[in-house]
Design a protein around this ligand. Structure first.
Ligand SMILES: *Cc1c(COP(=O)(O)O)cnc(C)c1O
Length: 362
């Protein structure tokens, strides 16, 4: 690690691999001998199209995306997809099914209610969003156009340990905070979307993987930039895309391939998460209340015995070079995000700090 760099546990925007930042820095003034930055060239230029196509090819390779899926690089974040999904896949009087497992599900549901009739088929709110409701209990209306769920709840630290089985019903998921953390069976889904700034790149790019048979269903008033069919036809360049974020995401994909791909990074991610959860389970000072099977490997939430210790923890950790451990403002507590770019050494350093902090304040 470069000595001035810290361990950054931010939930998003979050740490990027150092090798990616170093390459971006080296190429900033003079990209590939062009005498320009990649962010200064036309998105229609052959040079940029090559960047865009390479990023898509690498993403397809990493996730083994089947040929009948289109990959889009859009703007507006996951939050714009909360509206784009019902606009593209349902009409105002259609029923759409949602699973509510946390605050990001809530936001997706609230937005979808503006555009369709939402049926919440399973709801973990009453339990404080500490588990994933078993699928056997879900009541999916027979006329639903799709089922939406949030496969990793970034704020609550809850991750689905299974992919729901919904037969022919299109399965739609917000994978913002764990896409690319492990191999994925893309063919189980109709549509996957993810804001890049958690695990896939910088803010500004939203990845959308959409099965081709779901294109062409958008209602008439859907804004063109939100229309999957139009964006697919235009190669995500209906208007100017976020070129620099696209380029940087592409560098992240190449870094992931150099790490050995998603199976290899999943091993590292499992190791990191196991270290931290094993530590949490072996002591009594910190607590994590999420059902064990549903704990997120990416976002580890925990509390200290007295909320007044939270700011002390955060500032002492920062002094030790361990940054952004404050929980989300809506839920409080503490949170360590262990995305792909967080090295094992960062988690080890965090545990050393936590042990010392508990000794001093326990
Ligand atoms: C961060 C996050 C979002 C919001 O993403 P934006 O790109 O800021 O709109 C949505 N869903 C999940 C699961 C997230 O982690």
């Amino acid at each position: 690690m470069v000595r001035s760099r810290v361990y950054n546990f931010s939930a998003g925007p979050s740490a990027l691999p150092e090798a990616v930042l170093a390459q971006a820095a080296a190429e900033l003034m003079d990209w590939r001998g062009s005498g320009m930055s990649v962010m200064e060239i036309s998105h229609r230029s052959a040079a940029f199209l090559q960047v865009a196509q390479q990023a898509e090819a690498d993403l397809r390779e990493l996730l083994a995306v089947p040929a009948n899926y289109r990959v889009l690089f859009l703007q507006g974040g996951a939050s714009l997809q909360f509206a784009a999904v019902p606009l593209n896949l349902a009409n105002a009087d259609s029923t759409v099914a949602y699973v509510n497992t946390g605050l990001w599900s809530e936001k997706a549901i609230a937005e979808a209610r503006r555009y369709a009739r939402v049926s919440v088929v399973a709801d973990a709110q009453a339990s404080g969003y500490r588990h994933v409701p078993a699928q056997a209990q879900w009541q999916i209306p027979s006329d639903a156009r799709y089922l939406h769920y949030t496969s990793n709840e970034t704020i609550g630290g809850v991750e689905f340990p299974f992919i729901p089985s919904v037969g022919d019903l299109p399965l739609v998921t917000d994978m913002s905070s764990h896409i690319l953390s492990r191999p994925l069976e893309v063919s189980r889904f109709g549509l996957i979307y993810a804001g890049a700034q958690k695990n896939a790149g910088p803010a500004g790019i939203t990845l959308v993987l959409v099965r081709e048979d779901l294109l062409g269903r958008a209602r008439a008033q859907t804004p063109l930039v939100m229309n999957y069919q139009h964006q697919a036809a235009e190669g995500s360049m209906l208007n100017t895309p976020a070129t620099y974020s696209w380029y940087l995401s592409g560098l992240v994909f190449q870094w992931l391939k150099a790490q050995g791909g998603l199976a290899a990074i999943a091993k590292v991610n499992d190791h990191k998460a196991r270290l931290l959860y094993d530590y949490l389970d072996a002591q009594a000072f910190y607590r994590n209340e999420v059902a064990r099977a549903d704990r997120s490997a990416m976002n580890v939430v925990f509390t200290v015995p007295d909320v007044r210790l939270e700011p002390v923890f955060v500032s002492e950790a920062a002094e030790a070079g361990l940054m952004h451990l404050k929980g989300h403002k809506r839920v409080g507590g503490l949170r360590a995000s262990l995305y792909n770019a967080m090295p094992l050494a960062g988690v080890q350093a965090l545990i050393v700090f936590m042990r010392d902090f508990a000794t001093r304040h326990g």
